[in-house]
Design a protein around this ligand. Sequence first.
Ligand code: OOG
Ligand code: MG
Length: 265
Amino acid sequence: MKTTLDREAIVRLCERVEGAQTRAYAIPKLTDEYPLMTMADGYAIQTELRKRFIEQGHKLVGWKAGLTSRAKMKQMGVDQPSIGFLTDKMSRPENSVISTADLVHPRVECEIAFVTREKLSGPGCTAEDVLQATDYVLPAIEVIDSRFSGFKFDLQSVVADNGSSARFVGGGRPRYVEELDLPTIGAVLEKNGEIVEMGAAAAVMDHPAAAVAMLVNILAGMGEELPAGSFVMSGGITAAVAVAPGDHVIARFQELGSISIRFGE
Ligand code: OOG
Ligand code: MG
């Protein structure tokens, strides 16, 4: 797909998204102003944002696949997956209190994360290639934050907003993939002691490694590779759950342990 926006528009929209992300305010979906914006335009804005953050000293630690489960596609009203980048500034430790003051619409989801041992490149990357190149997998909670007002958006705007990436917490019990039947791993999300979501890893494209392969192939389309040592989240297994200050969230995974976080002001 082709870009339709000129350089000036890409930079201006990138600055708009960057402002919303760093100062935590909602903005209208970008397609309100540019109704003909394509997915390629969305990725051009996301790439501009990544370059800016790296220039500001943020470190790229990996990538995330998003909208890879039916539950997520249905929740967000879109029909195809997307990718976004992850930096060191988004990472939070297990058992920490995550501030909501610098977030717009924080929501949490349980994901399987991969840490790679070898470089991966597309096109044509398969789930088998991903499993071969994986060092270990671990559970993760992603805190997503769509910056669009009233949750009105489309895939192009979500991609420009870096797939709503905001915070992520890896933890639990890292495991070698060979020791697991990954698609059958169950995950339960608890909020304030009550189960709010549950599912199995197969909800993510039948196998989370397939989502990572898809991510590598999208990267190839942007002329990029996934370096060895990347942290990659494969996408929410269940729908995302809204959180507010005072909430305590635990994601429990079969075979992979659990992750606990709290939310503060
Ligand atoms: C887009 C981000 C989707 C996932 O895991 O599916 C995502 C959104 O829901 O705002 O991170
Ligand atoms: Mg996610």
